[in-house]
Ligand binder design. Structure first.
Ligand code: ADP
Ligand code: ADP
Length: 225
């Protein structure tokens, strides 16, 4: 689903955020991406979504080399990817329904199909009863679940999460992780960037570790069985 071959990213001004990074995430795989703040995690995710382009090396997403994508093809790539942010990026003064419907509106789905999919997505994250609420009236954990519903409502092949549990307490974090596992079991590839080492230790998934822009480990870091 994702393959990086000798990928380096040097930002304008000369800062080398990624250095000769190699890794791949298979179809249907779920993995963590970790490393200290500034290690290059967000940069790596932005390369996957073609927000940034590599300075050298090759980034392949779902079999496509992002460097060869024309600007008009980037939206097609993004449609395959659901993105979840720490700060939710929700529209606080719109209803939960409108927030979750947004990606479907952009894609031009019929209102009947939108209603069906929004209800199904909210059902999956356990928020059916909050459909008419505005996110500003929901708890942090509920807001994060709205963000997740919005990310999966288009049924993406790949789910990327950037510090999805950053503002949540440990039990809510585990709940969010269980949701990711549900989507993963349904066939979605999942990559979760986090520096929550406690969370990583509680789950058994491959963990890609970045340090100063280099990939220093790709090992499993779950508890010993
Ligand atoms: P992480 O997500 O692991 O905290 P980032 O990928 O956000 O790391 O950042 C890695 C490094 O690249 C940081 O030192 C950051 O300051 C730098 N960086 C990120 N974005 C830019 C940019 N647009 N221009 C210049 N430097 C950047
Ligand atoms: P920070 O340095 O605070 O971690 P980031 O570098 O993660 O900030 O993100 C800067 C902006 O880019 C944010 O508004 C974030 O929502 C957006 N962003 C980060 N990663 C991605 C991504 N993979 N795809 C799309 N937008 C992203």
């Amino acid at each position: 689903m994702i393959r990086f071959e000798q990928v380096s990213k040097v930002y304008p001004g000369g800062f080398r955020a990624l250095n000769q990074v190699n890794f791949s995430i298979g179809r249907g795989e779920m993995a963590f991406l970790t490393g200290p703040s500034g290690a290059g995690k967000s940069t790596l995710l932005k390369l996957v979504t073609a927000i940034e382009t590599p300075s050298t090396g090759k980034v392949m997403v779902d079999g496509q080399d992002i460097a060869t994508l024309s600007r008009s093809k980037v939206p097609y790539l993004r449609r395959k990817i659901g993105i979840i942010f720490q700060d939710h990026n929700l529209l606080m003064d719109k209803s939960v329904r409108d927030n979750v419907a947004l990606p479907l509106l952009i894609e031009g789905f019929s209102s009947k199909e939108i209603e069906k999919r929004v209800e199904a997505a909210l059902d999956l994250v356990g928020l059916s009863d909050k459909i008419k609420f505005q996110p500003q009236h929901l708890s942090g954990g509920e807001q994060q679940r709205v963000g997740i519903a919005r990310a999966i409502v288009t049924k993406p092949k790949l789910l990327l999460a950037d510090e999805p549990t950053g503002n949540l307490d440990p039990s809510l974090s585990v709940e969010i992780m269980r949701l990711f596992e549900t989507f993963n079991r349904a066939g979605t590839s999942v990559l979760i960037a986090t520096h929550d080492l406690g969370l990583i230790a509680r789950m058994r998934y491959r963990t890609l570790t970045l340090k100063d822009g280099s990939m220093i480990s790709e090992a499993y870091q779950g508890p010993a069985s």
